[in-house]
Ligand binder design. Sequence first.
Ligand code: DI6
Ligand code: FE
Length: 404
Amino acid sequence: MAERFDRIWHNARLATVRGDLPDLGVIERGVIAAREGRIAFAGSHSDFPSDADAAERIDCGGRWITPGLVDCHTHLVFGGNRAHEFELRLKGASYEEIARAGGGIVSTVAATRASSEAELVAGALPRLDALIAEGATTVEIKSGYGLNTETEMRQLSAARSVGRNRPVGIRTTFLGAHALPPEADGDKDRYIELVCREMLPAVVQAGLADVVDAFMEGIAFSKDQTARVFRAAKALGLPVKLHADQLSNLGGAALASEFSALSADHLEHTDEAGVAAMARAGTVAVLLPGAFYFIRETMKPPVELFRAHGVNMALATDCNPGSSPLTSLLLAMNMGATLFRMTVAECLAGVTREGARALGILGETGTLEAGKRCDLAIWDIERPAELIYRMGFNPLHRRVWRGR
Ligand code: DI6
Ligand code: FE
């Protein structure tokens, strides 16, 4: 009996991004076959059964297929925006002056607290649509603009809701330890207590978070405070990740590794000891060139050291209203190459396989392999480098999410 599939894509070139194949794991005359939303076959035309049967056959006309893209670090759900603050900064105002005048992260917290869940969803959908239009099939969304139990939960609930409104996989991350809310009166320890004792258990109880994140930085939380959040997360059975060493080297990469974090993110100021710790723990380095560009950072993440120590690198948008109002993974790849000197293969793996690894879902998506969800991006290009080299151009032909 001929093998039966729901859908077959043939006459395609595959960049499988499989970890066991060199570079992009290219298969020149490739076929993908899907059954019940999963990849049943991804390989060479010559290995595909010639009598295979399918409800639908799609001739890709020689186009390239990559895994659907994964944006593994976003703050996509928030109230308002900070365009006005951007204008003030262009006129010479400093970040501090703006913060003192009620701007900065606190203004986004105020706008988020003042937004209903429906308003948060309505604001986030156009940003999510921009990512989807470029082939994203999985997007991570963090809380962290509520900073009280009720609003953190509303933000996460809105994140889950945008996922029900669009054909895309959403992973949610609780980032209660993002900043100190104004009502905390400068008492960071007391706020962290609230995060660990009240917010985190409530969020977990409601099933609203897949992972726990924190912002470890001079302007945010200390190593000790971050460790308290991580211990609370581990006690509740959740994996962790960290905004680490973005503006200064406080040993964030090493702390994240101590807790076997899925990823440590930003990492502009990480030193070799931090990189070595990440390598030992298998923690992914999530690089965020949009934030590097937008805040005009000059310190680059230690890409050479990540390579030398065998630390996997992901790329993401860090979409947020303050430091990276970016909704393009294609542009994030271009910036990863241009600003950080990542190779084409590293950039593409960064928004597919490594993004999935950074979310702990590499078994489900991120490469073209039998058994994984059939999440594909089909591109009108002649070679994969085109995805990275052009700026502001979208060559997506079709996107496939779970086989459709
Ligand atoms: N790092 C950042 O760059 C953003 N958050 C973080 O942890 C800034 C967020 C904002 O300014 O709204
Ligand atoms: Fe971030």
